[in-house]
Design a protein around this ligand. Structure first.
Ligand SMILES: [Fe+2]
Length: 295
């Protein structure tokens, strides 16, 4: 659950629909609009921005032999990520959502993937994870979450742990602040980072519940995410505005909260005055037991 969700909740479905329309039916116009948005000075030129500047995100994945898919859940605006070794077919899923379990399992089946681990970046407050149910439907699947999350899982992760899948792996970086048990996952070649609710595109997770601490979040992002290469692609757990990917360099330069001093950041985060998330009372207890509570 993130800091901007409550303010935009009434229009989430509309935004999600807009995103689908833009990317499916109006992709070229959307790309042009994005180009104008990110660099107005180049908006009338024929070339999109990403051709002319390396400081902006222009890709979705680069690693040879790595299958990557970004999936979206409309109600909570959650991104689920599926990664796999294209040769061995071993796969990992990040932050799967209960409402989209059938879609995700169908995709995994169609692609002939062998899902080894379902990992949650933290104990979510805005939706129920499908991890527990997925384990019941896929033999051999293991669940994983931070040892500091307080949640049950097959694997309790800590700083420096690796989640292997075929020739690839994800490395755990502990990034507390949104919750005590937030982790960020980095691909072995540091070309992709999955930031959960710690760092969002031009934003960050709220810090006013679930052991939230603005100072810790600021330190986590500065020390564990902003130390990655500029070109590293940033994939957050949510986006409410149709943004799908960023880069470390882009966020370091343009994130309106994280370009501030720690003191200014803490002041901003402590005065957001956000209402309690709608689903927190059912999501957190469920997610503490792999999403199976009341399911
Ligand atoms: Fe969250």
């Amino acid at each position: 659950m993130c800091s901007v969700i409550s303010r935009v909740k009434p229009v989430q479905r509309a935004l999600a629909s807009t995103l689908r329309l833009r990317t499916n039916a109006d992709g070229l116009n959307y790309a042009a609009a994005q180009s104008r948005r990110f660099c107005p000075g180049l908006s009338t030129g024929a070339q999109p921005l990403w051709v002319t500047s390396r400081s902006y995100c222009a890709r979705i994945a680069t690693t040879d032999g790595l299958f990557f898919r970004q999936l979206f859940e409309v109600e909570s605006c959650t991104y689920t990520y599926l990664l796999a070794d294209t040769d061995t077919k071993e796969a990992v899923i990040i932050d799967p959502v209960l409402e989209t379990i059938d879609r995700d399992l169908e995709l995994i089946k169609e692609l002939g993937l062998s899902l080894k681990v379902a990992v949650n970046t933290h104990c979510h407050a805005d939706h129920i994870t499908s991890t527990g149910l997925m384990k019941k439907r896929l033999a051999g699947l293991k669940s994983a979450i931070s040892k500091f999350s307080g949640a049950s899982a097959d694997i309790h992760l800590k700083e420096g742990d690796n989640i292997p899948f075929g020739r690839h792996s994800l490395t755990v970086r502990e990034t507390p602040g949104h919750t005590d048990g937030c982790i960020t996952l980095v691909t072995g070649d540091q070309t992709m980072v999955f930031t959960g609710d710690a760092l969002l595109i031009r934003g960050c997770g709220r810090t006013d519940f679930q052991q939230g601490c603005a100072k810790r979040l600021y330190q986590s992002i500065q020390e564990k995410i902003y130390t990655l290469p500029d070109h590293c692609l940033v994939y957050p757990a949510h986006d409410y505005l149709g943004q799908t990917v960023s880069t470390v360099g882009e966020e370091r330069k343009f994130n309106p909260r994280l370009t501030k001093s720690m003191e200014e950041f803490v002041e901003i985060m402590n005065n957001l005055n956000l209402p309690k998330p709608d689903k927190i009372d059912i999501s957190v207890p469920a997610n503490l037991v792999c999403g199976l509570h009341h399911v």
